[in-house]
Design a binder for this molecule. Structure first.
Ligand code: NI
Length: 137
């Protein structure tokens, strides 16, 4: 029987964004996205939970060293997105609407590239304390 364990690391970052579809006029954007589409941007305190699933290493007893995971999140996610305007300041959201859904997908892909494939990975991203997304499901 496999002895897989899920380990989690929580981090947070602050970022600004504006949700809009460039193919729509301002009125339609405001109808669909509400205040999130106001042209001068607004900020969120994003809470990020990274879940890694694997079997504990027989030598260390760790699935993954949490310091390594924490450093990975700092280097790959925090350094890219913290205190940034996601629409204007980041390559990842040029032409991609920075919804929580799309941010979670981007974060997953950035981390997936850096975490051994033997581990399962899942991202949970809170845009507000009440609204959050998970990827992949
Ligand atoms: Ni927003």
């Amino acid at each position: 029987m496999s002895k897989k364990v899920a380990v989690f690391r929580k981090e947070h970052f602050n970022a600004a964004h504006r949700l809009f579809n460039p193919g729509w006029d301002d009125e339609t954007n405001e109808k669909i996205f509400g205040k999130c589409s106001l042209p001068n941007f607004h900020g969120h305190n994003y809470e990020l939970e990274v879940k890694v699933v694997g079997e504990p290493d027989p030598q260390t007893g760790y699935v993954m060293d949490m310091k390594v995971l924490s450093d990975l999140i700092k280097n790959e996610i925090h350094s890219r997105f913290d205190h940034k305007n996601l629409n204007l300041d980041t390559e990842e959201f040029k032409g991609v609407n920075p919804t929580a859904e799309n941010i979670a997908i981007v974060i997953y892909e950035l981390l997936r590239n850096k975490i051994e494939s033997k581990f399962d990975l899942q991202i949970r991203l809170y845009e507000t304390p009440r609204n959050y997304v998970e990827y992949p499901i």
